[in-house]
Design a protein around this ligand. Structure first.
Ligand code: DTR
Ligand code: CA
Ligand code: ZN
Ligand code: ZN
Length: 438
C-alpha cells in the first residue's frame, strides 16, 4: 500500500476535533435536561416490596409499630435516609415535638434543577401505635423512596428542582407536614410548583382514586391510568385527611393517589376494579393486621409507576432540550496490521429510553491507506452497525468523518463500542478518538 506521509488536518478533521473538544474529558459530559422529557422508568415492584419488608422488620423489632415518638419510627427514618444518602441526595432531618415526644421529618433534595421551581413528592412514614402500618403508610413511603432512587439511577436532570419528603406524626393530625409548611419562609413556599401526596396506595381490596385538587396534577395521573385502560375515581373525602392539606391551605398546587381505607367498596366499583364489593378497601386500616400481608401487589405496582410518571412529567420544563450531550473516548487504540478487530468503549449514562434514530457517530482514525479499514459501531447489546467498508482503491489516509446511524431500537444507556479492523497487509494506524451525540 502507499507509503505513510504526513497530512495537514482536513476541514472534517477540524470539525470532529471541535466536536470532541466540546466534549472535553474522555468521560461522558453531565446529562442534560432532555432526559427529563423522556418517559419514566418502570419502578420495580420487587424493590418497593423489599422496602416494605424492611419496615415490617423494624416494626417487629420495636414493639410492633413505627409510631411517632417510638423507636420504630426513628429506625424507619434512619433506613430511608441511609438509602437516599447512598444515592446522592442531600438529606436533612427536621425535628419537632408533639405529645411530649420528638418527631422527625426527612427531607431529601436531588441536586440540580431550578431552585425557584421545586416539585415535591411525599408520604407520611409513621404508623399508628396498633400496628406496623405497612399499607398505611409504608406503601406510600416505599413507593416514593423507590421513585427517588430511580431518579438517581437515571441521573435525571429535570428543569425543576426535585425534593422528596417523609413526614412524621401524620396519624396525630398531620403534625409533621404542618410543621414543615408553617416553618417554610414565604419566599421558599412560593417556589413550590407542586406537592404530590401518597398515603395508602397498596390497599388489599384496592380502588384507584386520584385527588381532585390541582387540575394539571390530576390530569397527569388520570392520563397515566387511561393509558393502562384503568378507570379512576376522584378522591372526594380526602381533603383534610392527609399531608397534602397543609400545602393546599398554603396555596401550593397539590395532588396524589389513594387506594382506599375503611370505606366499603361498592358493587359498581368492584365491577370496574375487581376485588370484593361490600368489603372495606383496607380491612386492616389502623389495625395490627396492617402487615406486609396487607398489600395488593398490582395496586402497589401500578401506583408506584404512576408516581414515577408524575415526577418525570411534572418536573420537566417546557424548554426545548439543549443540543445533545457528547459521550466520547479520546484514548488511542492501535489497530493491528491485517489482524484482529480492536474496540474503543464509550459509557452512556443518564439517558432514559432508546437511542435516537439519527445517532451521530464522530470518528477520528489515523491510518495510512484507509481502504484497509472496516469500521463498525457496536450497541450495548452487541448489535453491529456498519459505518465503513474496506476498499482496495481508497488509498487516502485517515478516517475522519461523522456517520448517522438509526439506533432507535437500542437502549441508550450502556457501553457502546467503536470496532475497527485492518483487513489488508501493510499500512498501520490507530483509533485517535470518537464520540456519540445523544
Ligand atoms: N388519614 C389517612 C388515611 C386516609 C383516609 N382517607 C384518606 C383520603 C386521602 C388520603 C388518605 C386518607 C391516614 O390514616 O393516614
Ligand atoms: Ca413497576
Ligand atoms: Zn392512618
Ligand atoms: Zn396514612
Amino acid at each position: 500500500m502507499s507509503p505513510a506521509r504526513p497530512r495537514s488536518l482536513s476541514v472534517a478533521a477540524l470539525a470532529v476535533a471541535a466536536l470532541l473538544a466540546a466534549a472535553a474529558p474522555a468521560v461522558q459530559a453531565a446529562p442534560t435536561a432532555e432526559a427529563a422529557l423522556a418517559a419514566a422508568p418502570d419502578i420495580p415492584l420487587a424493590n418497593v416490596k423489599a422496602h416494605l419488608t424492611q419496615l415490617q422488620s423494624i416494626a417487629t423489632a420495636n414493639s410492633g409499630n413505627r409510631a411517632h415518638g417510638r423507636a420504630g419510627y426513628k429506625a424507619s427514618v434512619d433506613y430511608v435516609k441511609a438509602k437516599l444518602d447512598a444515592a446522592g441526595y442531600t438529606t436533612a432531618l427536621q425535628q419537632f415535638t408533639s405529645g411530649g415526644a420528638t418527631g422527625y421529618n426527612l427531607i431529601a433534595d436531588w441536586p440540580g434543577g431550578d431552585p425557584n421551581k421545586v416539585l415535591m413528592a411525599g408520604s407520611h412514614l409513621d404508623s399508628v401505635t396498633s400496628g406496623a402500618g405497612i399499607n398505611d403508610n409504608g406503601s406510600g413511603s416505599a413507593a416514593v423512596l423507590e421513585t427517588a432512587l430511580a431518579v438517581s439511577r437515571a441521573q435525571l436532570a429535570p428543569d425543576k428542582h426535585l425534593r422528596f419528603a417523609w413526614w412524621g406524626a401524620e396519624e396525630l393530625g398531620l403534625v409533621g407536614s404542618k410543621y414543615y409548611v408553617n416553618n417554610l419562609a414565604t419566599a421558599e413556599r412560593s417556589k413550590l410548583a407542586g406537592y404530590l401526596n401518597f398515603d395508602m396506595i397498596g390497599s388489599p381490596n384496592p380502588g384507584y382514586f386520584v385527588y381532585d385538587d390541582d387540575p394539571v396534577i390530576e390530569q397527569t395521573f388520570k392520563d397515566y391510568y387511561a393509558g393502562l385502560s384503568i378507570p379512576t375515581e376522584i378522591e372526594t373525602e380526602g381533603d383534610g385527611r392527609s399531608d397534602h392539606a397543609p400545602f393546599k391551605n398554603a396555596g401550593v398546587p397539590v395532588g396524589g393517589l389513594f387506594s382506599g381505607a375503611d370505606y366499603t367498596k361498592t358493587s359498581a366499583q368492584a365491577q370496574k376494579w375487581g376485588g370484593t364489593a361490600g368489603q372495606a378497601f383496607d380491612r386492616c386500616y389502623h389495625s395490627s393486621c396492617d402487615t406486609t400481608a396487607n398489600i395488593n401487589d398490582t395496586a402497589l405496582d401500578r401506583n408506584s409507576d404512576a408516581i414515577a410518571h408524575a415526577v418525570w412529567t411534572l418536573s420537566a420544563g417546557t424548554t426545548t432540550p439543549p443540543t445533545g450531550t457528547v459521550f466520547s473516548n479520546t484514548a488511542d487504540v492501535a489497530v493491528p496490521d491485517n489482524g484482529a478487530a480492536v474496540t474503543s468503549p464509550v459509557s452512556v449514562t443518564g439517558r432514559t429510553g432508546n437511542a435516537p434514530s439519527a445517532l451521530k457517530v464522530a470518528v477520528d482514525i489515523k491510518h495510512t491507506y484507509r481502504g484497509d479499514l472496516v469500521v463498525d459501531l457496536l450497541a450495548p447489546d452487541g448489535t453491529a452497525y456498519r459505518l465503513k467498508n474496506s476498499s482496495g482503491s481508497d488509498s487516502a489516509d485517515n478516517v475522519i468523518a461523522t456517520y448517522t446511524v438509526n439506533a432507535s431500537s437500542e437502549t441508550a444507556n450502556g457501553t457502546w463500542k467503536l470496532q475497527v479492523r485492518d483487513v489488508a497487509a501493510q499500512d498501520t494506524g490507530y483509533i485517535d478518538s470518537w464520540g456519540l451525540t445523544f
